[in-house]
Design a binder for this molecule. Sequence first.
Ligand code: BEZ
Length: 211
Amino acid sequence: MPVRLGDDAPDFEAQTTQGPIRFHEWKGNSWAILFSHPKDFTPVCTTELGAVAKLKGEFEKRNTKVIGLSVDPVESHVKWEQDIADVTGARVNFPMIADSDRKVALMYDMIHPNASETFTVRSVFVIGPDNKVKLTLTYPASTGRNFAEVLRVLDSVQLTATHSVATPADWQDGEDVIIVPAVSDEDAKKRFPKGFVAKKPYLRVTPQPNR
Ligand code: BEZ
């Protein structure tokens, strides 16, 4: 079964490079990013894990824990981490799930048989403090992810979780946002004291409310 937006993120027990975990317990009340890789000792994945390790501070600022997954054993992950450090200059500073039996991959629908029968695709799940799935992304094995985009969507889902706003195309943190149509103009005047501009009756723009 696919794991879709708004679903409960399935809980699981797994071996990781930082010891055994139960996912929900490990995550606690934080936000979390669970992301999968096709295979250890592969080139694109090597660059991705280094890139995520370098962003640790950015994820921490957003109260977000990061956990990776691939369908190889812990010993393999640990050996590979040395290569990642050699190539990218960054030590992997988050747990990597060793999903050799594909239990978690199948639970989260990370194996897309028409892409590969054996390897996981590049999935990203953003999971909220309430353990609900807030965002999913799927990339093919041949395309490395843009982790600046992952931070950008994290900013959007965190903002829109607590304010009645949506973010426009290509929005970046700090830019104007859109008041959701369910809020009346009268209500919007109260909720958004910085004011708003109605470009159309259904497209009202206001400065980012948490700035
Ligand atoms: C890679 O990470 O480089 C990769 C993995 C599987 C297939 C193609 C590329």
